[in-house]
Structure formats: C-alpha cells, structure tokens
Design a protein around this ligand. Structure first.
Ligand SMILES: Cc1cc2nc3c(=O)[nH]c(=O)nc-3n(C[C@H](O)[C@H](O)[C@H](O)COP(=O)(O)O)c2cc1C
Length: 317
C-alpha cells in the first residue's frame, strides 16, 4: 500500500471543514486565497494567474504576511507540463516562500517532489484516471486529487464511487475528491465514500473575493446542472463550460452533450476561460454573490447537519 496515513489527519486538524479550494485560472488570486484560509479551508491559486514571476513573488509575500499561524494552509497550483515556460521560475519562488502545499497539474509531477519536500512542504497532484493516480502515488506524491465527472474546469470523467474505490486499493494517503461538491452534505458524502477532503471550485467563483467578473457570477446564479456543456472543442481537453457563455459568444452547442459547436465564424479567436466561462455541475447551489466566509459558514452548518443525520440513522439501526 502506498501513501502516508499520518498526513490527512494532520492537515484536517488545521482546517475548519475538510475542504481544499480548487485553484481556478483567471478566478483565484491572493484575496480569495486569504479569505479561504481565514475561513478555515485550504485556499489555492494557479501560479499563472500572476502574470509574471515578479508578481507571483509579491502575491506569495502578501499571502504569507496576511495569514497567521492559526489560518488554514494554502496551496499554489503549478502546471508542470514542459510547455509551461515558467515551471522553474515559479518552482524557485514556491521554494523561497516555503508554500505549504503544491498542487501539480498537467504533466509529470515527479520533478517537483524533491524540491518541495526539501523544505517540508506537501505535493498533491490532480489525476483523472486510475493509471495516472497509480503513477503519481508511485512517484512519491503526498496526496491525490481525483477529478471526477461534473468538475469545473478541465474535468474528469470517472464516476466518483468507482474512482475512489479503485484508488483506495493501492493508496492510503490523503485523497481529495473533486466534482460538484457544492454543499456540506456533499462534503460529508465524500468522506463517507472514502475520501479525506472535498475539492471545491465552482461555488467559490461566485465569492466576492474572486477575480471573476460580475456577469460571470450572475450567469452562475442563473444556471443549473443542465446548463453545463462538456466540450473539448475549446482547449483540446474535456472541460465543463457554461452553455450561456458559449451562446453569448455566438456559438451553438451542436446537440446536448456532443461537445461540438455550430458557428458562422471560426472558433480561432475565442478564448476559453476569458470569453467562455467554466463551471461544474454543482452550479445549481449558487444563489447569490457572497463573502467566502459566508459560503464556508453555510457549508459548515450543512456538513454538521448531514453528520448528525447520519449518526441518527446509525443509532436507529
Ligand atoms: C473557472 C475554472 C478554472 C479552473 N482552473 C484550474 C487551474 O488553473 N488549475 C487546476 O488545477 N484546476 C483548475 N480548475 C479546476 C478546479 O481546481 C477544481 O478541480 C474544480 O473546480 C472542482 O470541481 P467543482 O468546480 O465542481 O467544484 C478550474 C475550475 C474552474 C471552474
């Protein structure tokens, strides 16, 4: 069995809720990270949201200065793929600021493990298949983030029950489950399924501290799970996108769930994330724009209620 069983309880002890915020391109910056950590969940952001390594250095300085020892730990998300020209620069800054948790995405995460473990940090990787989960566990990653069907951004496709069960056969370390975990009941259910933490993205786009534009937030409030279009047409990888933002840009999804678009014009100038917005299938839980603290407090209450209901069911036999 791979993985260290001591990590999840140690990390959980620093969190008010078993939740890590998912890093989101063009959405999560220092304000959201700081607000998340102060509210008691692990905040995170993609390093590429800072336009240059110099800005990243400033962000990391600010985040560390604003979070005291009681705050939840934060994470930087590093795209480790060889096509990211900033991998080495951003990694050097992560080491300089001793970022507590690094989330490695897209590519081989093994290259960052030694540097981050060298200062006592943790490295998690997000994975969408059992094969990649096994490879990451064998490379010595501390934790695995399982991207499942319905997740925002570049999504996974596996059913969460199947994915958690398979990975738990060989990995006993921290498992983070991603995909439409938008309320406290779902977070509790993720634990019951065998995960240690929920990875929450979409609900935090609507947080007042996110970098999202107001029109994006408003579209989230007006959308439900049926309004999420799974398509690889925009980035070459399967991603969940808000159908209304596709249509607003002059495109029409060919048919429900086909992933292809009709348009008079070409898609060349269309930029995913900037013009066409992403959200996961848990979008229906978003009712209003509110502070991260209020989102987390509501989830915490729902989580406590769900646990209580589970215990009552158990006590009734
Ligand atoms: C707008 C948006 C941008 C995202 N950008 C990234 C990213 O840059 N790096 C990354 O690892 N994941 C990214 N993700 C995925 C999230 O970190 C997370 O896996 C996902 O949002 C969790 O599922 P949920 O949205 O259903 O809560 C993004 C998700 C969204 C919605």
């Amino acid at each position: 069995m791979l993985g260290n069983t001591a990590i999840a309880p140690a990390l959980r002890a620093k969190l008010a809720l078993p939740v890590l915020a998912g890093p989101m391109f063009l959405v999560s910056g220092p304000e959201l990270v700081i607000a998340s950590c102060k509210a008691g969940i692990g905040g995170s952001f993609p390093t590429l949201n800072a336009r240059t390594p110099q800005i990243l250095d400033e962000w990391l300085t600010r985040i560390s200065a604003e979070l005291d020892a009681d705050a939840a730990p934060y994470a930087a998300n590093l795209i480790v793929h060889h096509t990211n020209p900033r991998v080495e620069d951003d990694l050097a800054l992560i080491v300089k600021h001793e970022v507590p948790l690094v989330i490695a995405s897209v590519g081989n995460p093994a290259r960052v493990v030694d540097d981050v473990k060298g200062y006592g940090g943790l490295v998690f990787a997000d994975v969408a298949s059992v094969k990649h989960a096994r490879r990451a566990a064998e490379a010595g990653l501390d934790g695995l983030i399982l991207l499942c069907a319905g997740s925002g951004g570049h999504t996974g496709w596996l059913n969460p029950f199947a994915f958690v069960n398979e990975v738990r056969k060989f990995f006993a370390g921290p498992l983070v489950l991603a995909g439409a975990l938008s309320n406290g009941r779902a977070i509790h259910a993720a634990e019951e399924m065998g995960a240690d933490f929920a990875y929450v993205g979409t609900p935090l786009i609507a947080a007042s501290e996110s970098m999202a534009e107001d029109d994006y937030r408003q579209m989230l409030i007006e959308s439900c799970a049926d309004d999420i279009e799974l398509t690889a047409a925009l980035t070459g990888m399967p991603a969940n996108m808000l159908r209304k933002s596709i249509e607003r840009s002059g495109f029409t999804p060919e048919s429900s769930h086909s992933g292809a678009f009709h348009a008079e014009k070409g898609t060349e100038n269309l930029r995913a994330w900037r013009d066409i917005w992403s959200a996961g299938q848990g979008v229906g839980e978003i009712q209003r724009i509110e502070a991260t603290q209020d989102i987390v407090s509501r989830m915490a209450q729902e989580y406590r209620d769900a646990r209580k209901a589970s215990l009552e069911r158990l006590s009734q036999g």
